[in-house]
Design a protein around this ligand. Sequence first.
Ligand code: SF4
Length: 891
Amino acid sequence: MEETAPTITKTTCPYCGVGCGVLATVAADGSVAVRGDPDHPANFGRLCSKGSALAETIDLDGRLLHPEIDGRRAGWDEALDRVAETFSRTIAEHGPGSVAFYVSGQLLNEDYYVANKLMKGFIGTANIDTNSRLCMASSVAGHRRAFGADTVPGSYRDLELADLVVLVGSNLAWCHPVLYQRLAAAKAERPEMKVIVVDPRRTMTADIADQHLAIAPDGDVALFNGLLAHLAEAGALDENYIAEHTTGFAEALAAAWRLDMDGTAAETGLDRASIAEFYRLFATTEKVVTVYSQGVNQSSVGTDKVSAIINCHLATGRIGRPGMGPFSVTGQPNAMGGREVGGLANMLAAHMDIDNAAHRERVQRFWGSPVIASAQGLKAVDMFRAVADGRIKALWIMATNPVDSMPDGDMVETAIRACPFVVVSDVLGATDTVRHAHVKLPAAAWGEKDGTVTNSERRMSRQRPFLPLPGEAKPDWWIVTEVARRMGFAEAFSYASPAEIFAEHAALSAFENDGTRDFDIGTHAGIDAAGFDALAPFQWPARRAGETSADDIRFFAEGGFFTPDRKARLVPVTTTAPARVGEGFPLVLNTGRVRDQWHTMTRTGKSRRLSQHLAEPFVEIHPADAAKYGIADADLVRVTSARGAIVVRALLTSRQREGSVFVPMHWTDQFAADGRVDRLVPPLTDPTSGQPALKHVAVRIARFAAAAYGFAVLTEKPEHIAADYWAIARCEGGWRVELAFAAPVADWSAVADAVLPAATGTETLSFQDAVAARRRFARFAGERLLGALYLAAEPVAVPRDWAVEQLSQAHADQRARLAILAGRPGKGSEDKGAIVCSCFGVGARQIAGAVVAGCHTVEAVGEALQAGTNCGSCRAEIRSIIHAHRLQAAE
Ligand code: SF4
């Protein structure tokens, strides 16, 4: 029989805003492999650890495969009718303002476009907002008030061309790893290039920095205001650019004078010498790029931070030229696309303005719609407030998990639970949000979806399907369109394919655009199915044929802003975030991402490799703070804010700023007993952008005193874990679980029976040491270990990686079985330590061993152990292990 040749599909990574090109290869046996697309201009073949593990996340485990109504399986017709009827009835009875869509930066442009069109142009309210509100709304607001449009002026290439790259509130190494790798490679090639990291934490990104400014939380306005004042004093302004292309410079400078150097030092928490060195470098370097991300955006003064940064670039004319400019990098794969289609409650479609009557009239005319939203809608935090107080009576959540990601998560969950009608379209059947839906709609996942996304440098790329739609799953654009038709808008939603929607999106962007709107992809307005299939990545604007080349397109080198006078506006900013710490809550909590997980782990949590890196929710604490509160490394810690409390593992590190702690955003009720950091965050937002202040929460910490601890490796995930603390993660062969109990456990066997997989014909060995208060269980099915559970009054000292390996090994003889009960590797087994390189499963102990043996560079470690030689995401951590060991040796 002739063998089928593998098919290779060019698509785009569904995780961060770097937007890497991916080649997905489907072999004859249906197995999938992914690698970086060498031709994609965002990544040129690179992928980070998350991108490299994409093939491990496409199984159907946990997928929602059929529509459900009130917990029972339903057909598509019934489910769509229910959604359309309920929305229509609610609108008829309570007005358009009584319904809302909460959508996502995970949606493709085509999904986003039809959802926005339905809500703003046909339902007639702007109550559609997106989880991108949590990601980059402050950048959008900062861009719009400075440039007159939400325009990112530069390209990724500028980071490589710059002589100075300033990274503000951006852990690029972990959050935008391929962009970090491009920067690290450029710096390795040109060591004279300088990198400055401005961040309260000394993140892995700081390891390539010439200077790390451990700024006080929200001290950025003061730092960049001080910089503007210094640029003026040092004669480093571009007077011509200011005069010809900007307004508001005098007012911005006057605001910047508010603080002298001592005041700047006080507000930033930095010493004068460090500030002066940063200012000197910025003033004397022409090619400067300032990259900023969530540390800037997720703040109650996020928009002002963005303005303070942009002011410095406008005042020096360093914008829109190679190697220069302010550069906002977005968190999500299609946060930028959501901005283009108008997925935010305060925008219209195609970068038109909802507050502008002419724009509204133009969009309504283009759509031929009966109405058009006449005012801004509810932004995310306000939207869930309105759900809570009953103003929103029908809510449709698409491709996002607000119970785990919104501030005040418990309130959000209560609000969703109480809402009269909740629709969730999602890929998974069980998330902390989906479980509350009245109607669950099975959506297509990455690999099945078909459309476009836009990355942080305005580059649009295709996400192409290479897998069949499983069960009854459907693309989001189809679901929205079907509901729109049933609501009586069949003609305007008669699309047969995403290509038709993209063509309309492109046509709207060019509709009556005389060059006063930045977003214009009109050259694609006539695209057909074949053209859409073949569409290569391109940067916008693409007004004319020829502009869709791989050349970088930049804005504003010669002015041409999108304000009425075509000049940029420098915005005077003086605000500082109020100090939030105080009695009872003395520490600042910062939230963010880890290297190998994505958002609420619905996808990356499926990957064994990715779950190896950090398998539990944790809190990073400076050793001095830990000593103050009596906390040791690896203790369990209760972190409490005025809104709630969580229990997570202590990770002591001097990378953390004293007085601040950090907890990752990823853990949900599906992966931990009490690890949802969003329940600690108050619903405090930036007044301009509506973006929540997810990085500045007042908390206290205290050791969680456990009376007993446990660790288990299991082939199956238990239905329920009856422990006060637990955290579960995938591992090779199954699952690993950490446990802790607040009170002494009376019946260990009952705990074992609840946790260990049950099956007929199994054999359970157990061991009890009453003196040391230890109990161990191992359950076998023939030679196969089904699960091992270690319980003790003290933290369990069993090597985790060794225990995990036992799940994949045969245990034929009694000695091997007893070794599992003993919880000790046999002679010759190696304890790798915590996994650093996910691609090759290399642990910290192995790397430390290689360093001791003489490997003193990342490359040498790579040659010895392969670590860091695939995706490169762990290279910063390898560098820091080398550094720590060399310091130790020198002491
Ligand atoms: S950097 Fe990583 S997560 Fe981001 S798009 Fe590229 S491969 Fe995906």
